[in-house]
Design a protein around this ligand. Structure first.
Ligand code: NAI
Length: 332
């Protein structure tokens, strides 16, 4: 069976071929489509006789594009990620497209990246690097804060959030608070559960690890920012749409938010297109990159050796199981 890989998918087809050939020799032929999936590029599916896609996006698009994808011949979509909020399963079921995802992979990958961003912000790491690159060796304004005198709030203490909490506990934070709809016993050993407002009010650092859904979309907005401590540090490695970025930028300007760490940004798919030289294709990112109090990483929190092996295996297994009529917990 032919499997198309549009440019939204990190690493392209070569990422999946090795494991696929080893586990299921001759079963799948992977084709790279050197473009994003749009109304203009959907014809590549029919022209190449593709029946499956490995596909990821950071936000939903119109159902009409999936209709065109189905009409062109796609019956299976494998999402090489945990986050599948861009897929509307109601639409997919109507179209008869079966969808798999990666229910879980090394949570340490995202968790370690999150802790790195947190420490980097506390240590003014970006400013330090910029100064060294300019032969500026002053340490004025670089005084940092230690975690042992800070309260860290983690919003969403699932697989990744609970791993971050366990890791942070090793740094001896003054207090770790967690907010989640479903408290877990293993988290209670390291953190105190509280309601959302209490976590927002008490925390010096707020870390976001919750899923994106209709309740959490824009959960950080002018109203919720008003409840936070002045100078609070925010780290989001979950999904861009948890934040109202207009409100966040306003709060950065006012100093209400002291620093911001992001691994996700609205519209990030465009960053997979070849950029014009010297030009940032996302105005929001251009704004953020001009600020020493912001660190942005290119949605790489998941991208480690261990996590990537897990993702590739689960994605290809998902395709194999769907195409052989086997239902597993990796199918949505
Ligand atoms: P998970 O499903 O184990 O944990 C998510 C948690 O969010 C659950 O405990 C759930 O109860 C909680 N939650 C749901 N609704 C909530 C609400 N209204 N308020 C607070 N918490 C709520 O998922 P996991 O594996 O921990 O992943 C978390 C998120 O991290 C994913 O949804 C994905 O968006 C993001 N992610 C980011 C990656 C990156 O490379 N930056 C890679 C992998 C995941």
């Amino acid at each position: 069976m032919k499997i198309g890989v549009y440019k939204e998918c990190n690493g392209g087809a070569v990422r999946f071929r090795g494991y696929s050939e080893k586990a299921y020799p001759g079963e799948f032929e992977y084709l790279d489509f050197d473009t994003l999936l749009t109304d203009e590029s959907v014809h590549l599916i029919r022209e190449n006789g593709v029946e499956g896609l490995i596909y990821f996006n950071d936000h939903r698009f119109d159902a009409s594009l999936w209709e065109k994808v189905a009409e062109a011949g796609v019956k299976y979509v494998a999402v090489p990620a945990v986050g599948h909020d861009f897929i509307d399963m109601e639409v997919m079921r109507k179209l008869g497209i079966r969808v798999s995802y990666v229910p879980g992979y090394s949570p340490n990958a995202v968790s370690e990246h999150t802790v790195m961003l947190t420490l980097a912000l506390l240590r003014h790491f970006r400013e330090q690097i910029c100064r060294m690159e300019k032969n500026d060796y002053r340490i004025d304004d670089l005084r940092a804060r230690e975690l042992r005198s800070m309260t860290v709030g983690v919003i969403g203490a699932g697989r990744i959030g609970s791993t971050t909490i366990r890791t942070l506990a090793g740094f001896g934070c003054a207090k770790i608070c967690a907010y989640d709809l479903y408290p877990r016993d293993e988290v209670k050993a390291y953190a105190e559960y509280a309601d959302l407002d209490a976590v927002l009010e008490k925390s010096d650092v707020l870390i976001f690890h919750c899923v994106l859904n209709e309740k959490t979309r824009n959960m950080i907005n002018r109203e919720t920012i008003a409840k936070m401590k002045p100078g609070v540090i925010l780290v989001n490695t979950a999904r861009a749409d948890l934040f109202d970025m207009e409100a966040i930028i306003e709060a950065l300007d006012e100093g209400k938010i002291g620093a911001l760490g992001l691994d996700v940004i609205d519209g990030e798919s465009i960053l997979k297109e070849d950029p014009l030289p010297g030009k940032c294709p996302l105005p929001l990112l251009e704004n953020l990159l001009g600020r020493p109090d912001v660190i942005y990483t290119r949605h790489t929190a998941f991208f480690t050796d261990r996590a990537d092996e897990d993702i590739i295996r689960t994605t290809v297994d998902g395709l194999y199981n769907m195409t052989h009529g086997v239902r597993t917990n990796a199918e949505l």
